[in-house]
Design a protein around this ligand. Sequence first.
Ligand SMILES: C[S@@+](CC[C@H](N)C(=O)[O-])C[C@H]1O[C@@H](n2cnc3c(N)ncnc32)[C@H](O)[C@@H]1O
Length: 201
Amino acid sequence: MTFTVQDHYFRKAKKEHYLARAVYKLEEIQKRFRILKAGDRVLDLGAAPGSWIQLAAGVVGGAGRVVGIDLKPIEHAFPKFVVTLQGDIFDDDFVQTALHDYVPFNVVVSDMAPATSGIKAADSARSALLFERAFEVALWALAPGGSFLAKLFQGSDFHRLLAEVKKQFRLTRVVRPEATRKQSKEIYILAMNLKKSTGGQ
Ligand SMILES: C[S@@+](CC[C@H](N)C(=O)[O-])C[C@H]1O[C@@H](n2cnc3c(N)ncnc32)[C@H](O)[C@@H]1O
């Protein structure tokens, strides 16, 4: 019997007790770039159902902290150093209040994706808004030297957003992990070593 790529990663996630196949995208990026380290404080935007939290928690361990935010409830039982919060990342009061006790972070990741309509231009515009908001939150919440990783559907905003990120970080990469579905327009922008904290911490 032959399996498609989707089946492979879906089955692998089930077998390895991960909450979603999305974990293999972060796993590949982690293997290549080591963005997460033991003891790090990590903010995960668009974290439900929680596979990136699982991976991040395994790397940072009990000396670190993982905070996951999503519109949807995150129902999995995580270790005590993981905090999950339900809310909208565009709600500034929620973000500031919820994260007040946890800033600054070493790493901010965002796997946020819009509910897709099938209309490419509309979906990539929504994805760009989520990316921009994740970037804004990251600049506020990251410690100097911190890293940012966020999903973006390729579209007309891609080059502008990449240029904005490049201004703030010493190293940037565009990554399309193996586990990305073939038909997907998504890529990840990885940015490491924030030049300075612009933030409100
Ligand atoms: C692809 S899923 C994330 C999967 C996750 N990385 C994992 O490994 O389990 C994208 C998530 O982004 C969330 N999302 C979309 N818009 C959001 C917003 N405005 N605020 C918070 N979360 C949002 C969705 O609810 C969805 O759960």
